[in-house]
Design a protein around this ligand. Structure first.
Ligand code: AMP
Ligand code: MG
Length: 391
């Protein structure tokens, strides 16, 4: 048995070979950039009016100014602004040469002769200066960036409409167990619904990964072996749930051995999820996750996500928030690091939720995140500041 930190470091140091492909801007969000992006333009591309108003010379304030012309966005000014002059400019339009300040329409008055007078004491320039944000040729995004919506705006603004991104690993999913029926069925006595496969498919899809559902393997060596072999053909990361513990019908370890899977670890001092198996076969990866739904959920969050993002050229960092405990937390056994579901209450404090163990998927219903409790730690004080890993 290894510690959770050791397991994480195995997953984070296993060699991976990210492959690249092109993606359109409409499908790039959630992907990871596989190239550095440089700007082909200056931003702003010209001295740009940040307000609707009059372009004039600051030294001449408060005017009055004669109006030379009206310049809408997208049109070029025709006149240079000289002494005693101004031009009416719309937000986003080019500020004419000769002017260094935009006075806002709201801060002006029009005299009987049509001239414009500034009515305030002070003004900022209200001009976005050419190239003040980005120079031509400047590096604007680096390879390895997980593209979020604001990154898409940056790509669009520099004319990169087909960025090179890393290929996403295909996640194959197999449930094991003779007791399992699919969600549409009513379980007979002794049966339970296959919630794991659907949960794992949702977890994979939530981070944009394509999914191959391989199906439910019966608790026989033949069925287990057949589905795992087919799963390896159809996916890059194969996830199995159940069949990895010490039961008489837990064939997974034996089958993995026969299929030539090189086991990196098979037991972690973590709760839930102790019998988590991680193996490699050529350039493919396998996680044998415990059958209980909370265990497979948590281990996907903790380990599978790390590998999936590494295969996409990105170091995944979970979002955490440091908050005080609403009440004290006590546990009897402390041999394993444990992850427990918590909610963040209206006062911004951490409330551990009622949690009966790794089969109790309903405890996660109102969970905002997970709290980790370290090996040897039996007690957390009320008010103590802890990191919540957000879900
Ligand atoms: P196992 O690891 O196969 O011994 O399974 C451990 C527990 O998880 C047993 O109670 C199983 O019935 C349950 N279980 C296994 N697979 C699933 C699944 N796909 N969905 C929900 N529960 C499962
Ligand atoms: Mg089983």
């Amino acid at each position: 048995m290894i510690t959770f930190e050791e397991a994480l470091s195995v997953v984070n140091s296993i060699p991976v070979k990210p492959l690249a492909e092109k993606a359109g801007l409409d499908e790039a969000v959630g992907r990871v950039l596989a190239e550095d992006i440089f700007s082909d333009v200056e931003m702003p591309p010209f001295n740009k009016a940040a307000v609707d108003g009059y372009a004039c010379r600051r030294s001449e304030l408060p005017g009055p100014f004669e109006v030379l012309e009206v310049v809408p966005a997208g049109r070029l000014p025709q006149f240079i602004v000289g002494l005693g002059q101004c031009s009416k400019i719309m937000t986003g339009a080019m500020v004419p040469d000769g002017a260094d300040t935009m006075i806002m329409v709201e801060h002006t008055g029009t005299l009987a002769d049509g001239k414009i007078l500034f009515l305030k004491e002070k003004t900022s320039s209200n001009i976005a200066w050419r190239a003040e944000d980005v120079k031509e040729g400047q590096l604007v995004l680096t390879s390895g960036t997980l593209l979020r919506p604001h990154h898409i705006a940056i790509l669009a603004s520099v004319g990169c409409d087909k960025p090179t991104v890393f290929r996403r690993p295909v996640v194959g999913i197999i449930s094991t167990g003779d007791e399992l029926v699919e969600p549409s069925e009513k379980p007979a006595l002794g049966q339970i619904r296959n919630s794991n496969a659907w949960q794992l498919m949702a977890q994979a899809r939530a981070i944009g990964l394509p999914v191959e559902y391989i199906g439910i393997a019966a608790d026989t060596k033949e069925s287990t072996s057949q589905l795992i072999a087919s799963g390896f053909d159809r996916s890059d990361i194969l996830l199995l749930t159940g069949g990895v513990s010490m039961g008489d019908f837990d064939f997974v370890p034996e089958v993995l051995d026969e299929l030539g899977v090189s086991i990196q670890f098979k037991s972690i001092a973590v709760q839930p999820g102790r019998p988590t198996v991680f193996g490699t076969r050529d350039n493919k990866f396998l996680f044998g996750l415990p059958g209980n739904p909370v265990s497979s959920f948590v281990q996907f969050e903790l380990l599978v996500k790390q590998l999936a993002f590494r295969m996409m050229g990105h170091r995944y960092k979970p979002q955490t928030v440091k908050l005080p405990m609403a009440s004290e937390y006590i546990r009897k056994k402390a041999e394993r690091k444990s992850f427990i579901p918590v909610r963040i209450n209206a006062e911004g404090k951490i409330e551990p939720l009622e949690y009966h163990g790794s089969a109790h998927i309903h405890s996660y219903e109102g969970a905002d995140g997970m709290l980790s409790v370290e090996i040897g730690e039996n007690h957390i004080n009320a008010g103590e500041l802890r990191d919540v890993r957000q879900l």
